[in-house]
Design a binder for this molecule. Structure first.
Ligand SMILES: NC(=O)c1ccc[n+]([C@@H]2O[C@H](COP(=O)([O-])OP(=O)(O)OC[C@H]3O[C@@H](n4cnc5c(N)ncnc54)[C@H](OP(=O)(O)O)[C@@H]3O)[C@@H](O)[C@H]2O)c1
Length: 427
């Protein structure tokens, strides 16, 4: 192996992912060299706090910018996270003609287009397989394997924390608070779980997937977002009785040249492949006009799974660097992002009503006035009250919201429960 086959890697960050990237290069370096002819060498590693005890590398620096500009670093792996200083470090690396591999969904979701421009200008790779769905190969299939097809819809369980919580609520009857506490004790949820349970993390990933699947510019703030904090154990039980499982889904649709991207708790038919994705696993279900239905499944987080995806990118970028080429950046056109009001879906709604003659007719009339037709009704007696659980045919979001507003004002409706969208078997 000649000197040209050695690629020196600078790693920015040595946390869950960074330490695992360095460890995997050590463990698999010989195999990688035998398979690809490339010898990866970890040249420099930057951290924030030099006083922390660490193993697996020696000679850390707290000057990340110096790693990026170091002539002994050929390729940069950014696994610090967040926007600042990650963004300026990535830009500096690209401007210095060094390929960058990142796992940073927040950065890619907010500044992907600007970073792609910088990579294109420098003629080097900017790869980010690890930023979406951890270990699961998804970016490459969307960019390469499906490049000749027309993708019509992508449905994704892209946040392991919320999938774990919803699995516990479904299978053990836990409340949201109990399931969250268990997720935190197992290290699946942060002490401040907002980014996960309010859907921000899933929205960032949904915007990246939408950009790649449809070749349009979508940022995280374009994504309609609802988290899972409003989902009750009762909703989950009722969903089960109707034949559905509740999941936090990213739903990405191409509709007449427009793109609709949303993240919300969703009722998925029990027979749909996404319904069986349990615990902290992720899965992305892609519908291609020619390919039909595909599902990508695996671990969406964790140091080693995420490092596995990052290392695949490192090898690609290193090979391209040595061949003096690059994978090219995705061309992103601008398209109208369809506002949520204009999105069509089926809906599930539960209502507590007075158990009196004529109330069901009043409720049905409110739906009819807004052109929302009902496909399924379940009535459960509760003494003086009854719970009505309704599933609608496909309707416009604005019409459904207007129906809900009217239901709230009806005399005999005591409680309007969570509105959930129903996906995967549209009627
Ligand atoms: N963890 C996962 O399961 C997962 C999955 C998919 C994607 N990701 C993404 O991967 C990235 C890294 O995540 P992580 O879980 O590995 O984070 P982490 O454990 O918090 O590690 C972050 C690392 O960055 C270092 N750092 C922070 N500021 C720095 C600075 N200014 N200069 C140099 N180093 C700095 C920290 O140094 P100290 O060690 O000194 O604090 C730490 O080593 C994030 O973008 C995350 O979204 C993570």
């Amino acid at each position: 192996m000649d000197g040209n086959s050695t690629v020196r890697v600078g790693v920015l960050g040595y946390g869950n992912v960074g330490a695992a990237v360095v460890a995997l290069i050590g463990e698999n370096g010989d195999t990688i060299a035998a398979r690809t002819g490339l010898r990866l060498e970890v040249a420099r590693v930057a951290v924030r706090d030099l006083s922390k005890a660490r193993t697996g590398f020696s000679g850390f620096t707290d000057d990340a910018a110096s790693v990026v500009t170091d002539p002994d670093v050929d390729l940069v792996v950014e696994v610090i996270g967040g926007i600042d200083p990650a963004k300026s470090l990535v830009l500096a690396a690209l401007e210095a003609g060094k390929p960058v591999v990142t796992a940073n969904k927040e950065l890619m979701a907010a500044y992907g287009a600007e970073l792609f421009d910088a990579a294109a200008k420098a003629g080097v790779d900017l790869l980010f397989e690890a930023a979406v769905a951890g270990a699961i190969p998804l970016i490459r299939p969307l960019r390469e394997s499906l490049a000749g097809d027309r993708i019509t819809r992508v449905l994704g369980i892209v946040n392991g924390t919320t999938n774990f919580i919803l699995t516990r609520m479904t299978e053990s009857g836990q409340t949201f608070a109990e399931a969250l506490a268990e997720a935190q004790s197992l290290g699946y949820a942060e002490r401040d779980p907002t980014a996960d349970v309010e859907g921000h993390d899933a929205a960032a990933k949904a915007s990246i997937i939408a950009s790649l699947a449809f070749g349009v510019r979508v940022v995280a703030s374009d994504v309609y977002r609802e988290g899972i904090t409003g989902v009750s154990a009762d909703d989950i039980r009722m969903a089960g009785r109707l034949g559905y499982v509740v999941k936090l889904l990213a739903v990405i649709d191409a509709v007449n040249g427009e793109v609709a991207v949303r993240v919300h708790p969703t009722m998925v038919p029990a027979a749909h492949p996404l319904a069986s994705v349990r615990e902290a696993f992720n899965a992305v279900f892609v519908e291609g006009a020619a390919a039909g239905e595909l599902m990508f499944y695996g671990r969406g987080a964790g140091g080693r799974p995420t490092a596995s995806a990052a290392l695949g990118d490192v090898i690609d970028a290193a090979a391209n660097l040595r061949q003096g080429t690059s994978a090219g950046v995705p061309g992103l056109a601008s398209a109208r992002i369809r506002p949520m009001d204009e999105v069509r879906s089926q809906y599930y709604l539960s209502l507590d009503v007075a158990d009196l003659p004529g109330v069901l007719e009043q409720v049905a009339a409110a739906f009819a006035r807004h052109l929302v037709s009902i496909v399924q009704v379940l009535q459960v007696g509760m003494g003086q009250e009854a719970r009505l659980v309704l599933v609608t045919h496909t309707a416009y979001e604005r019409d459904m919201q207007a129906t809900v507003a009217e239901l709230r004002d009806l005399d005999h409706v005591d409680r309007v429960g969570t509105l959930l969208r129903v996906i995967g078997g549209e009627q």
